[in-house]
Design a protein around this ligand. Sequence first.
Ligand code: NAD
Ligand code: TYD
Length: 354
Amino acid sequence: MILVTGGAGFIGSNFVLDWLAQCDEPVINLDALTYAGNLENLASLRGDSRHIFIQGSIGDFDLVSPLLVEHKPRAVINFAAESHVDRSIHGPEDFIQTNIVGTFHLLEAVRAYWGSLEGEGKANFRLLHVSTDEVYGSLGKDDPAFAETNRYEPNSPYSASKAASDHLVRAYHHTYGLPVLTTNCSNNYGPYHFPEKLIPLVILNALAGKPLPIYGDGQQIRDWLYVKDHCSAIRRVLEAGRLGETYNVGGWNEKPNLDVVHTLCAILDDLRPRADGKPYRDQITYVTDRPGHDRRYAIDAGKIEGELGWKPAETFETGIRKTVRWYLDNQDWVGNVTSGAYRQWLDTNYGARP
Ligand code: NAD
Ligand code: TYD
């Protein structure tokens, strides 16, 4: 079996669902169920004995260590993190605790477990750490895309905490020989994306007749990857990645934020036109920029393509349409995640942005 951390979040739950759709190897899912963790994402696995959910933190050595010894996973895949840049600006502490201290405790537990293994079990064990392209910092307009050899220049408390966790993972390989793999992926989108992030926020605000907030001039560029393509990349790296290596994962889809929002508005105009016949883009509102906002991210995914033969299955156009449809078809899920705590976040983040 495998152990997945953070498997009730956006990418982790997509990963668990895809994994169990493709094979019968059981998954232990360790998740602290913060505001971003949602067991409803995994509702289709209720009663499925291949999925064992355990509520707890990666930072809890006394929980994780016996869990490893009891279930003897052949791999640990670490998705667990605080993941939202704006929240890291309002309150960096949780990011330091989970992404840095938590990853450290997880590494310690995994190191002890791996050290107790023998023979093939030891040789085949893997720890795969899921990270972000944001660790590389911000690119100028004409700079080449991020390669694995780019130096780390994180600019937000979120990206700095992820960079620190990547360094710890690297050090545990270099120092203790722990068999690690790291993936650095660009911005994901797709089903179960918590609506604090740009794409789901815009879809839901558009449908609710609310403003579509564009930070600054909206010309910041992100590379977008459909979440299921990220999951297939992780499976491929787990299967065939070289120990100690990092792999950049991206969709070859660089888009300015404003273009992404216009695309979402056009799809909604088509699939769910406004009652007054006006276009959704009329709801676009420019708001104060994010402090320290990175201007451009772009991923050179040549290494994972060349070495491991991975390619994304979706283009931005196909993936974004599927995503909008998913939100339209899953209004119950949407209603349940937009709880009181979520509304409080909207006041904190957008109330202060004229
Ligand atoms: P998310 O915020 O949706 O989910 C994070 C999950 O981790 C939640 O279920 C939460 O309950 C859980 N969690 C938080 N603290 C924990 C702890 N201490 N112990 C156990 N579980 C804990 O995040 P996501 O978007 O699914 O991202 C998953 C991973 O992928 C993160 O490591 C993130 O840095 C990375 N990543 C995300 C993106 C993206 O676009 N979302 C892109 C590249 C990399
Ligand atoms: P986000 O989804 O928060 O991901 P990240 O900051 O990790 O890239 O934001 C994507 C881009 O959209 C980023 O450049 C910030 C911008 N953005 C807005 O313009 N308005 C918003 O309301 C949000 C949430 C993000």
